[in-house]
Design a protein around this ligand. Structure first.
Ligand code: KIV
Length: 270
């Protein structure tokens, strides 16, 4: 039985590295407003992601592509007001980090809005950007696998890295980003065995979504946890059904991740 409790002190990059070293899973929730952020702190959620998924879950767009810096800053500020203990990651929107210089300017704004880390989507081409940001004191979460900002290039929201060539490429990208100084890595819609291999090959903690049980952490979008998504993705779970209320749903998700009960086989890809 796991009983999540309120975070006692600010979670840092070092906290998460220690947890990886100790084999202790941590919890991430993508959320967008102050009350949910406060509830995450009470539930012991170590990291919250102000994801650009807000374009689809809150703002009604068809993809994350239209999301702007102003929208991200508005929501990062709200989350930072509601939560003083979790490590807050802020997504950098589409085309706001196409060059290292542009990334530095825009990441500065996300950090000044209250984030403790920025998240960017992409592989080896981002190694110089990761180095530029982390050398200057801005922690970075990389994001590989299904990278939703590239949906039009990928041709849909599909599992990535299923064939040998793409799997090897993803592993190489992860190692390069790790060496460039990335602090965390999101793996989205990746076969479980590949996610395990990547997690074992990098020093930074990995956070999985549709990436099996063997990543160092799990992330789900709050709308999926609460059953608000009309066509929920295979990797998600509505925890509100069992729990009965919103705090209970968050506690159940957190507990199931800590105990390794979530994700189940039905939420994973081969
Ligand atoms: O934008 C987001 O919420 C994300 C997570 C799904 C990882 O990138």
């Amino acid at each position: 039985m796991y009983a999540p409790s309120e975070l006692e002190k600010l979670v840092t990059v070092q906290t998460l590295r220690k947890m990886k070293a100790n084999g202790e899973k941590f919890i991430t929730v993508a959320l967008y407003d102050a009350p949910m952020a406060a509830m995450a702190q009470k539930t012991g959620v170590e990291t919250v992601l102000v994801g650009d998924s807000l374009g689809m879950t809150v703002l009604g767009y068809d993809s994350t592509v239209p999301v702007t810096m102003e929208q991200m800053i508005y929501h990062v500020e709200a989350v930072a007001r509601g939560n003083k203990k979790s490590l807050i990651m802020g997504d950098m929107p589409f085309m706001t980090y196409a060059t290292p210089e542009q990334a530095l300017t825009n990441a500065t704004r996300i950090m000044q809005a209250g984030a403790h880390m920025v998240k960017i989507e992409g592989g080896a081409w981002l190694a110089d950007t990761v180095k530029m940001l982390t050398d200057r004191g801005i922690p970075v979460c990389a994001h590989l696998g299904l990278t939703p900002q590239s949906v039009h290039k990928l041709g849909g929201y599909r599992v990535q890295g299923r064939d040998e060539k793409h799997a090897e490429q993803m592993l190489e990208d992860a190692i390069l980003l790790d060496q460039a100084g990335a602090d965390l890595l999101v793996l989205e819609c990746v076969p479980s065995a590949l996610a395990k291999r990547i997690t074992e090959s990098v020093s930074m903690p990995t956070i999985g979504i549709g990436a099996g049980r063997d990543t160092d952490a799990q992330v789900l979008v709050i709308n999926d946890i609460l059953g608000l998504t009309e066509q929920p993705p295979k990797f998600s779970k509505n925890f509100l059904v069992e729990a009965g209320d919103i705090p209970g749903a968050l506690r159940k998700y957190a507990g199931d991740v800590k105990l390794g009960v979530f994700p189940e086989d039905s939420h994973t890809f081969n």
